[in-house]
Write a protein that binds this ligand. Structure first.
Ligand SMILES: NC(=O)c1ccc[n+]([C@@H]2O[C@H](COP(=O)([O-])OP(=O)(O)OC[C@H]3O[C@@H](n4cnc5c(N)ncnc54)[C@H](OP(=O)(O)O)[C@@H]3O)[C@@H](O)[C@H]2O)c1
Length: 315
Protein backbone atom coordinates (compact mmCIF):
# COMPACT_ATOMS: atom_id res chain seq x y z
CA UNK A 1 0.00 0.00 0.00
CA UNK A 2 2.65 2.47 1.00
CA UNK A 3 4.73 1.60 -2.03
CA UNK A 4 2.06 2.82 -4.43
CA UNK A 5 1.50 6.03 -2.53
CA UNK A 6 5.19 6.86 -2.35
CA UNK A 7 6.00 5.94 -5.93
CA UNK A 8 4.42 8.65 -8.04
CA UNK A 9 5.87 11.81 -6.45
CA UNK A 10 9.35 10.49 -7.01
CA UNK A 11 9.08 10.46 -10.79
CA UNK A 12 9.17 14.27 -10.77
CA UNK A 13 12.68 14.17 -9.31
CA UNK A 14 13.97 11.19 -11.22
CA UNK A 15 16.06 13.01 -13.83
CA UNK A 16 17.85 15.11 -11.20
CA UNK A 17 18.60 12.14 -9.01
CA UNK A 18 19.75 9.72 -11.73
CA UNK A 19 22.97 11.65 -12.30
CA UNK A 20 26.31 10.79 -10.74
CA UNK A 21 26.45 14.35 -9.38
CA UNK A 22 22.87 14.66 -8.16
CA UNK A 23 22.29 16.97 -5.19
CA UNK A 24 21.87 15.21 -1.89
CA UNK A 25 21.06 16.27 1.66
CA UNK A 26 22.39 14.61 4.80
CA UNK A 27 20.60 15.16 8.12
CA UNK A 28 22.49 13.93 11.18
CA UNK A 29 26.22 14.47 11.47
CA UNK A 30 27.34 12.01 14.11
CA UNK A 31 30.40 9.93 13.22
CA UNK A 32 28.44 8.04 10.56
CA UNK A 33 26.59 11.00 9.04
CA UNK A 34 29.89 12.89 8.75
CA UNK A 35 31.45 9.95 6.90
CA UNK A 36 28.46 9.75 4.54
CA UNK A 37 28.50 13.47 3.77
CA UNK A 38 32.28 13.50 3.24
CA UNK A 39 32.04 10.58 0.84
CA UNK A 40 29.18 12.14 -1.10
CA UNK A 41 31.19 15.37 -1.44
CA UNK A 42 34.22 13.40 -2.65
CA UNK A 43 32.01 11.85 -5.33
CA UNK A 44 31.02 15.28 -6.58
CA UNK A 45 27.48 15.50 -5.21
CA UNK A 46 26.37 19.01 -4.27
CA UNK A 47 25.82 18.19 -0.59
CA UNK A 48 23.59 20.06 1.85
CA UNK A 49 23.86 19.19 5.52
CA UNK A 50 21.91 19.89 8.68
CA UNK A 51 22.71 18.86 12.23
CA UNK A 52 21.20 19.77 15.60
CA UNK A 53 24.67 20.88 16.65
CA UNK A 54 25.54 22.99 13.59
CA UNK A 55 29.29 23.33 14.23
CA UNK A 56 29.78 19.63 13.52
CA UNK A 57 29.41 20.63 9.86
CA UNK A 58 32.37 23.06 9.94
CA UNK A 59 34.88 20.76 8.23
CA UNK A 60 32.32 19.67 5.65
CA UNK A 61 31.50 23.30 4.86
CA UNK A 62 35.20 24.08 4.40
CA UNK A 63 35.25 21.27 1.82
CA UNK A 64 32.28 22.61 -0.10
CA UNK A 65 29.15 21.39 1.67
CA UNK A 66 26.24 23.79 2.15
CA UNK A 67 25.08 24.17 5.76
CA UNK A 68 21.29 24.58 5.81
CA UNK A 69 19.97 26.88 8.49
CA UNK A 70 16.78 24.86 8.96
CA UNK A 71 15.53 21.32 8.34
CA UNK A 72 13.05 22.73 5.79
CA UNK A 73 15.88 24.39 3.86
CA UNK A 74 17.89 21.15 4.01
CA UNK A 75 15.20 18.86 2.61
CA UNK A 76 14.23 21.43 -0.05
CA UNK A 77 17.77 21.50 -1.44
CA UNK A 78 17.82 17.97 -2.90
CA UNK A 79 15.59 15.31 -4.44
CA UNK A 80 16.80 12.89 -1.79
CA UNK A 81 17.61 13.33 1.90
CA UNK A 82 19.76 10.80 3.72
CA UNK A 83 18.83 10.55 7.40
CA UNK A 84 21.54 9.37 9.78
CA UNK A 85 20.12 10.11 13.21
CA UNK A 86 20.39 8.25 16.48
CA UNK A 87 17.11 6.35 16.04
CA UNK A 88 13.64 6.47 14.47
CA UNK A 89 12.14 8.49 17.33
CA UNK A 90 14.57 11.32 16.65
CA UNK A 91 13.28 11.65 13.10
CA UNK A 92 9.64 12.59 13.78
CA UNK A 93 10.06 15.85 15.75
CA UNK A 94 12.51 17.04 13.07
CA UNK A 95 10.46 16.11 10.00
CA UNK A 96 6.85 16.47 11.20
CA UNK A 97 6.96 20.27 10.74
CA UNK A 98 8.44 20.08 7.21
CA UNK A 99 5.96 17.75 5.50
CA UNK A 100 5.18 20.26 2.75
CA UNK A 101 8.85 20.69 1.86
CA UNK A 102 9.32 16.93 1.74
CA UNK A 103 6.32 16.15 -0.48
CA UNK A 104 7.46 14.67 -3.80
CA UNK A 105 10.97 14.02 -2.54
CA UNK A 106 12.63 10.93 -1.11
CA UNK A 107 13.95 10.03 2.32
CA UNK A 108 16.54 7.33 2.81
CA UNK A 109 16.71 6.46 6.49
CA UNK A 110 19.95 4.82 7.58
CA UNK A 111 19.57 4.77 11.35
CA UNK A 112 19.38 1.48 13.23
CA UNK A 113 16.10 0.16 14.61
CA UNK A 114 13.53 -2.60 14.33
CA UNK A 115 11.28 -3.75 11.46
CA UNK A 116 8.20 -2.42 13.29
CA UNK A 117 9.83 1.02 13.47
CA UNK A 118 10.68 0.84 9.75
CA UNK A 119 7.06 0.01 8.85
CA UNK A 120 5.82 2.92 10.95
CA UNK A 121 8.24 5.26 9.18
CA UNK A 122 7.02 4.10 5.76
CA UNK A 123 3.42 4.78 6.77
CA UNK A 124 4.40 8.22 8.10
CA UNK A 125 6.13 9.05 4.79
CA UNK A 126 3.29 7.70 2.65
CA UNK A 127 0.80 9.94 4.49
CA UNK A 128 2.89 12.93 3.39
CA UNK A 129 3.55 11.86 -0.23
CA UNK A 130 7.20 11.20 0.51
CA UNK A 131 9.15 8.36 -1.11
CA UNK A 132 10.78 6.35 1.64
CA UNK A 133 13.54 3.80 1.59
CA UNK A 134 14.87 2.16 4.72
CA UNK A 135 18.47 1.11 5.00
CA UNK A 136 21.25 -0.23 7.15
CA UNK A 137 24.97 0.49 7.00
CA UNK A 138 27.08 -2.60 7.47
CA UNK A 139 30.48 -0.90 7.88
CA UNK A 140 31.99 1.50 10.44
CA UNK A 141 32.48 5.17 9.42
CA UNK A 142 36.13 4.79 8.21
CA UNK A 143 35.03 2.19 5.64
CA UNK A 144 32.19 4.23 4.12
CA UNK A 145 32.85 4.67 0.39
CA UNK A 146 35.50 1.96 0.28
CA UNK A 147 35.12 -0.94 -2.16
CA UNK A 148 33.04 -3.73 -0.67
CA UNK A 149 31.33 -1.54 1.94
CA UNK A 150 27.82 -3.00 2.12
CA UNK A 151 24.69 -0.84 2.47
CA UNK A 152 21.37 -2.69 2.72
CA UNK A 153 18.11 -1.17 1.43
CA UNK A 154 14.45 -2.19 1.48
CA UNK A 155 11.21 -0.53 0.50
CA UNK A 156 9.75 0.65 -2.80
CA UNK A 157 11.98 -0.46 -5.66
CA UNK A 158 11.25 2.66 -7.73
CA UNK A 159 12.71 4.88 -4.99
CA UNK A 160 15.79 2.66 -4.84
CA UNK A 161 16.20 2.66 -8.62
CA UNK A 162 15.79 6.43 -8.91
CA UNK A 163 18.51 7.12 -6.34
CA UNK A 164 20.74 4.10 -6.90
CA UNK A 165 23.57 6.20 -8.37
CA UNK A 166 23.64 8.52 -5.35
CA UNK A 167 23.41 5.58 -2.96
CA UNK A 168 26.28 3.83 -4.78
CA UNK A 169 28.53 6.80 -3.95
CA UNK A 170 28.39 5.79 -0.26
CA UNK A 171 28.96 2.06 -0.71
CA UNK A 172 27.77 -1.07 -2.47
CA UNK A 173 23.95 -0.77 -2.43
CA UNK A 174 22.13 -4.10 -1.95
CA UNK A 175 18.38 -4.01 -2.50
CA UNK A 176 16.67 -6.67 -0.37
CA UNK A 177 13.03 -6.29 -1.39
CA UNK A 178 9.84 -4.26 -1.07
CA UNK A 179 9.23 -5.09 2.61
CA UNK A 180 10.69 -1.98 4.27
CA UNK A 181 11.56 -3.92 7.43
CA UNK A 182 14.05 -6.18 5.67
CA UNK A 183 17.09 -3.90 5.89
CA UNK A 184 16.92 -3.49 9.67
CA UNK A 185 15.99 -7.16 10.06
CA UNK A 186 19.13 -8.20 8.14
CA UNK A 187 21.07 -5.65 10.18
CA UNK A 188 19.94 -7.20 13.47
CA UNK A 189 20.67 -10.69 12.13
CA UNK A 190 24.16 -9.83 10.88
CA UNK A 191 25.11 -7.83 13.96
CA UNK A 192 23.83 -10.66 16.17
CA UNK A 193 26.09 -13.03 14.25
CA UNK A 194 28.99 -10.60 14.58
CA UNK A 195 28.60 -10.17 18.35
CA UNK A 196 28.13 -13.92 18.94
CA UNK A 197 31.24 -14.68 16.88
CA UNK A 198 33.29 -11.99 18.63
CA UNK A 199 32.13 -13.22 22.03
CA UNK A 200 33.05 -16.78 21.08
CA UNK A 201 36.53 -15.66 20.08
CA UNK A 202 36.98 -13.44 23.15
CA UNK A 203 35.83 -16.16 25.55
CA UNK A 204 38.12 -18.68 23.86
CA UNK A 205 41.03 -16.24 24.08
CA UNK A 206 40.31 -15.66 27.78
CA UNK A 207 40.23 -19.43 28.28
CA UNK A 208 43.70 -20.07 26.79
CA UNK A 209 44.88 -16.79 28.30
CA UNK A 210 44.25 -18.34 31.73
CA UNK A 211 47.23 -20.59 30.93
CA UNK A 212 49.37 -17.64 29.82
CA UNK A 213 48.80 -17.98 26.04
CA UNK A 214 49.01 -14.55 24.33
CA UNK A 215 46.01 -13.51 22.24
CA UNK A 216 48.16 -13.13 19.11
CA UNK A 217 49.42 -16.71 19.41
CA UNK A 218 45.91 -18.10 19.88
CA UNK A 219 44.38 -15.91 17.14
CA UNK A 220 46.76 -17.29 14.53
CA UNK A 221 45.77 -20.90 15.21
CA UNK A 222 42.09 -20.25 15.95
CA UNK A 223 41.25 -18.22 12.87
CA UNK A 224 43.17 -20.53 10.51
CA UNK A 225 41.19 -23.42 12.04
CA UNK A 226 37.82 -21.71 12.01
CA UNK A 227 37.33 -21.09 8.29
CA UNK A 228 38.12 -24.56 6.84
CA UNK A 229 36.79 -26.51 9.84
CA UNK A 230 33.63 -24.58 10.75
CA UNK A 231 32.60 -21.87 8.28
CA UNK A 232 33.14 -23.70 4.99
CA UNK A 233 31.87 -27.21 5.77
CA UNK A 234 29.19 -26.39 8.34
CA UNK A 235 27.83 -22.87 7.92
CA UNK A 236 28.13 -22.72 4.15
CA UNK A 237 27.97 -26.41 3.32
CA UNK A 238 24.98 -27.31 5.51
CA UNK A 239 22.79 -24.24 4.88
CA UNK A 240 20.45 -26.28 2.61
CA UNK A 241 19.80 -28.61 5.58
CA UNK A 242 18.42 -25.63 7.53
CA UNK A 243 15.92 -24.88 4.76
CA UNK A 244 14.92 -28.55 4.61
CA UNK A 245 14.87 -29.09 8.39
CA UNK A 246 17.02 -32.24 8.12
CA UNK A 247 19.76 -32.79 10.71
CA UNK A 248 21.17 -36.32 10.32
CA UNK A 249 23.13 -37.28 13.43
CA UNK A 250 25.30 -39.99 11.89
CA UNK A 251 28.54 -38.02 12.36
CA UNK A 252 27.67 -36.66 15.82
CA UNK A 253 24.50 -36.20 17.87
CA UNK A 254 23.09 -33.41 20.01
CA UNK A 255 23.91 -35.51 23.09
CA UNK A 256 27.57 -35.61 22.01
CA UNK A 257 27.56 -31.84 21.47
CA UNK A 258 25.95 -31.23 24.88
CA UNK A 259 28.78 -33.24 26.37
CA UNK A 260 31.31 -30.95 24.61
CA UNK A 261 29.48 -27.83 25.81
CA UNK A 262 29.50 -29.18 29.37
CA UNK A 263 33.28 -29.55 29.11
CA UNK A 264 33.62 -25.92 27.98
CA UNK A 265 31.59 -24.76 31.01
CA UNK A 266 33.53 -26.96 33.42
CA UNK A 267 36.88 -25.91 31.95
CA UNK A 268 35.86 -22.24 32.27
CA UNK A 269 35.02 -22.75 35.94
CA UNK A 270 38.26 -24.69 36.59
CA UNK A 271 40.34 -21.98 34.90
CA UNK A 272 38.59 -19.10 36.70
CA UNK A 273 37.11 -17.74 33.45
CA UNK A 274 33.57 -16.36 32.96
CA UNK A 275 31.22 -19.29 32.32
CA UNK A 276 27.81 -17.72 31.52
CA UNK A 277 28.32 -17.93 27.77
CA UNK A 278 28.99 -21.69 27.55
CA UNK A 279 26.23 -22.23 30.16
CA UNK A 280 23.75 -20.47 27.85
CA UNK A 281 24.85 -22.59 24.88
CA UNK A 282 24.48 -25.67 27.09
CA UNK A 283 20.94 -24.61 28.07
CA UNK A 284 19.98 -24.16 24.41
CA UNK A 285 21.32 -27.63 23.50
CA UNK A 286 19.42 -29.09 26.48
CA UNK A 287 16.26 -27.43 25.16
CA UNK A 288 16.88 -29.05 21.73
CA UNK A 289 17.13 -32.45 23.44
CA UNK A 290 13.94 -31.80 25.43
CA UNK A 291 12.26 -30.90 22.12
CA UNK A 292 13.19 -34.31 20.67
CA UNK A 293 16.41 -33.60 18.74
CA UNK A 294 18.81 -35.67 20.86
CA UNK A 295 19.80 -38.01 18.01
CA UNK A 296 20.18 -35.24 15.41
CA UNK A 297 23.27 -33.14 14.74
CA UNK A 298 23.97 -29.78 16.39
CA UNK A 299 22.32 -27.76 13.63
CA UNK A 300 18.94 -28.91 14.99
CA UNK A 301 19.43 -26.05 17.51
CA UNK A 302 18.05 -24.00 14.60
CA UNK A 303 14.61 -25.40 15.53
CA UNK A 304 15.00 -23.94 19.04
CA UNK A 305 16.03 -20.53 17.68
CA UNK A 306 13.02 -20.36 15.35
CA UNK A 307 10.65 -20.25 18.34
CA UNK A 308 10.27 -17.49 20.92
CA UNK A 309 12.24 -18.12 24.10
CA UNK A 310 10.31 -19.55 27.02
CA UNK A 311 11.95 -17.24 29.56
CA UNK A 312 11.12 -13.58 30.24
CA UNK A 313 12.40 -11.35 27.45
CA UNK A 314 14.71 -8.37 27.67
CA UNK A 315 12.73 -5.35 26.38
N1 LIG B 1 28.93 4.69 14.01
C1 LIG B 1 28.86 3.47 13.51
O1 LIG B 1 29.83 2.69 13.54
C2 LIG B 1 27.59 3.03 12.82
C3 LIG B 1 27.63 1.91 11.97
C4 LIG B 1 26.46 1.51 11.34
C5 LIG B 1 25.27 2.19 11.57
N2 LIG B 1 25.27 3.26 12.42
C6 LIG B 1 23.98 3.92 12.68
O2 LIG B 1 24.03 5.25 12.19
C7 LIG B 1 23.19 6.09 13.01
C8 LIG B 1 24.01 7.31 13.43
O3 LIG B 1 25.12 6.83 14.19
P1 LIG B 1 26.34 7.77 14.60
O4 LIG B 1 27.45 6.87 14.92
O5 LIG B 1 26.54 8.81 13.57
O6 LIG B 1 25.91 8.52 15.95
P2 LIG B 1 24.65 8.53 16.92
O7 LIG B 1 25.16 8.98 18.20
O8 LIG B 1 23.91 7.24 16.90
O9 LIG B 1 23.72 9.64 16.24
C9 LIG B 1 24.10 10.94 16.34
C10 LIG B 1 23.25 11.86 15.51
O10 LIG B 1 21.90 11.91 15.97
C11 LIG B 1 21.62 13.29 16.28
N3 LIG B 1 20.63 13.39 17.35
C12 LIG B 1 20.56 12.65 18.48
N4 LIG B 1 19.49 13.04 19.21
C13 LIG B 1 18.90 14.06 18.52
C14 LIG B 1 17.75 14.87 18.74
N5 LIG B 1 16.99 14.71 19.82
N6 LIG B 1 17.44 15.79 17.80
C15 LIG B 1 18.18 15.96 16.69
N7 LIG B 1 19.27 15.23 16.42
C16 LIG B 1 19.64 14.28 17.33
C17 LIG B 1 22.94 13.87 16.70
O11 LIG B 1 22.92 15.26 16.69
P3 LIG B 1 24.02 16.09 17.54
O12 LIG B 1 25.31 16.00 16.76
O13 LIG B 1 23.47 17.45 17.64
O14 LIG B 1 24.16 15.39 18.88
C18 LIG B 1 23.82 13.27 15.61
O15 LIG B 1 23.63 13.91 14.38
C19 LIG B 1 22.74 5.24 14.21
O16 LIG B 1 21.43 4.77 14.03
C20 LIG B 1 23.71 4.07 14.19
O17 LIG B 1 23.13 2.89 14.70
C21 LIG B 1 26.40 3.70 13.03
Amino acid sequence: MTNQRSASPQHASASASASASAPVTVIGLGPMGLALAETLLEHGHPTTVWNRTPQKADTLVSRGAHRAATVAEAVSASPVTILCLKDYETMYPLLDPVGDALRGRALVNLNSGTPTEAHAAVAWAADRGVGYLDGAIMVPPPLVGHPGSVFLYSGPQDVFDQHRVTLASMGDPRYLGADPGLAVLYNAALLGMMYATMNGFLHATALVGSAGVPAVTFADLALKWFMPSVVDPILTGRAPDLDQGTYPGDAGTMEMNLNALTHITRTSVEQGVHSDQPRLMQAIAEQAITDGHSGENYLAVFEVFKKAAQVAQVP
